[in-house]
Design a protein around this ligand. Sequence first.
Ligand code: NAP
Length: 259
Amino acid sequence: MKKYTIVCKNDDQALTLKNEMQQLLAGKMKEDAISPDFVVSIGGDGTLLKSIHQYEREIDHVIFVGIHAGTLGFLTHYQSEDLKKAVEKMLEEEPHLIYRRLLEVDVNHEQRYLAFNEVRLENSYMTQIVDVYIDQQFLETFRGTGICISGSAGSTAYNKSLGGAIIFPDLSVLQLSEIAGIHHNAYRSLGNSLILSCQHEIKCHVEGNAHTILGIDQMVYPVPCSCDFIIRTHPSHQVRFLCNEDHTFVSRLRKAYII
Ligand code: NAP
């Protein structure tokens, strides 16, 4: 028997959906939070991101099922009224999946993290200086609030607020966007977002201070000293989502941002 677990937003709507889901799966799948085959995330994109990081170590085995109960829910493929449909798909022998690449950030060749949406180097207290290299070639010295490097799946998240491009999900790219860059006759950096294919890597050298942070999706880590960050598309790790064919990327764009 296949196993599942539920990561749920702590509000009434999500908790009610959790109960319904447990009833629908009773006798068909076993609840197991340690080594699940399916991780059902009930909430918004924030809850889905949390569940991805919670099951990061199992990322190549687990299938994520995003049930929307919250505010935006751009990444969640199933609406609250689609619970039965989601359960039917989960019970299929070979359910239709969609795959999303993860980013990897290497810190000083000592530590590595995975990111789904983006990696940010930020400082909202004082001007942050970041030396940016593409594949070891120096591009620019950025000055401003920070740098955001997103993957395709993160293009609709922080990157979108920065004026970056929305990337169609079948393209696997890295996107470098500035967070409030300073541009005048003394300080110059690209300004526009730069999109690179997933073969490239971006290195950011940062002279960190007490206010510099490394942001990885919803997590933040202090960067108190000089550090090199290499951000690339992870060569193998992908997040697998249970697909809802009725919920296309275009329909999600319309629903989330246009109507
Ligand atoms: P959060 O409150 O969990 O998320 C902030 C908003 O971003 C929520 O409305 C969330 O949707 C939405 N979101 C997250 N991932 C998305 C994606 N891939 N596509 C479209 N929308 C997405 O905030 P958090 O815990 O601090 O950070 C989680 C993520 O939120 C970060 O990775 C970052 O991308 C994003 N964020 C954006 C801004 C900004 O745009 N200025 C600021 C902070 C964080 P739900 O409402 O469905 O959860």
